[in-house]
Design a protein around this ligand. Structure first.
Ligand SMILES: C[S@@+](CC[C@H](N)C(=O)[O-])C[C@H]1O[C@@H](n2cnc3c(N)ncnc32)[C@H](O)[C@@H]1O
Length: 360
């Protein structure tokens, strides 16, 4: 219930381009603690920030000396008017410390859009970009980071993995999940005008509103040790073949839960996208993503496919030609499925990443 409503809230926010979800300090601390060595002597840029609200700014401005930063810059976004940036570089107030009391606020000529020439100029000088970018502009945001060859730690939604632009980067081993969030939902503070329509959302004693969001993950291109640990496999394919059905339109076996990946199967394996939480690039190869023809090539085309709804009514079923499919001889009842002129009943599983075990 909670998650459904929160996802609805996110969708609404995305539609209305209301992107004000403020990351909690505890979530920021739990992730950034793993990258301390990378921050030393570096210029950190928070480019989708609202420094007056942002815990990213709080974290870096309060830890400037501890992290031994060279410079901290944050730009604030305004929809339709010029904005400002905040910077910390040196001990302006001569109190012997560099911290938020040394903040310099400068007006921008533009509105602080991460795509504006002013922000791109700051981006070019920066070493590491860290933020919670607008959900509605995630693809564009990531594309820009790669265009300027930046290191980054950003927070987003797990489902962004299934975007063809992002999946390509995942496959090429250019972006991966961060270390600290691998399950559950996370709480974000939202502005006063956001509707709270789910039991899991709350208002604190100061009137601040919070929503819980499912499927949140950190995305980064900074390496860390734990992502090179092998996933321990203990299941066997041979002798248990019926637990691992093959797709009808792709030569791979299906695994519904990552821990059930068999240790003795050399071929392609379809796994849930949450597999990426356990992905070690030395152990597995990422081959494809069974959610679109952009990301995989089915071995079979279904002729005249129809989608059969839960109530038995039929619609155009072309979608089955773009995703992985299981065939079943028994007619599914009360379940959305597909039929075609050259198959029996077809069922599409949730999005599956196709992997291969490199160590067999
Ligand atoms: C999800 S919020 C996160 C805010 C902040 N980074 C945090 O986590 O506390 C995204 C922020 O990006 C800002 N934003 C929206 N569109 C933007 C754009 N085109 N360029 C830069 N920032 C933008 C929003 O105003 C919002 O403050």
């Amino acid at each position: 219930m909670v998650n459904k409503s929160s996802n609805k809230n996110l969708k609404k926010a995305s539609k209305a381009k209301k992107d004000e979800f403020y990351t909690q300090l505890s979530d920021i601390e739990k992730e950034l603690v793993h990258y301390k060595a990378y921050f030393k002597g570096k210029i950190i840029f928070l480019n989708c920030d609202d420094p007056e609200e942002s815990h990213f700014w709080k974290y870096f401005s309060e830890n400037f000396e501890h992290l031994d930063l060279k410079k901290l810059v944050s730009t604030h976004f305004e929809k339709e008017k010029p904005s400002y940036k905040l910077e910390i570089v040196k001990d302006i107030n001569k109190d012997g410390k560099i911290n938020k009391l040394d903040t310099v606020k400068t007006k921008l000529k533009q509105n602080g859009d991460f795509r504006s020439p002013e922000c791109i100029k700051i981006l070019k000088e920066a070493d590491i970009v860290i933020t919670n970018p607008p959900f509605s502009l995630f693809r564009e945001y990531v594309a820009q980071l790669f265009e300027y060859n930046k290191k980054f730690i950003i927070i987003g939604n797990l489902n962004a993995l299934t975007y063809k632009e992002i999946f390509k980067l995942v496959k090429e081993e250019k972006i991966w999940f961060g270390q600290s969030i691998h399950s559950g939902d996370r709480e974000f503070r939202v502005p006063e005008y956001y509707p709270l329509n789910s039991a899991g959302n709350r208002i604190d004693e100061n009137g601040n509103k919070y929503i819980r969001v499912k499927g949140v993950r950190w995305f980064t291109n900074l390496d860390y040790k734990d992502r090179h640990d092998d996933l321990i496999l203990y299941k066997e394919y041979y002798g248990n073949e019926s637990d691992y059905p093959k797709y009808d339109n792709y030569n791979a076996i299906n695994v519904d839960i990552t821990k059930n990946i068999p240790m003795d199967y050399k071929g392609a394996i379809g796994v849930p996208i949450t597999f990426m939480d356990k992905y070690n690039p030395e152990q597995f190869e990422i081959v494809a993503l069974g959610n679109s023809r952009n990301n995989f090539t089915p071995t079979k085309d279904y002729i005249n496919p129809k989608k059969v709804m839960k109530d038995g009514s039929e619609k155009n079923g072309n979608a089955i030609n773009c995703v992985l499919a299981f065939e079943t001889k028994i007619k599914p009842v009360g379940v959305i499925h597909y039929v075609s002129d050259n198959s029996k009943y077809l069922i599409a599983p949730y999005a599956r990443i196709i992997i291969k075990n490199k160590k067999i």
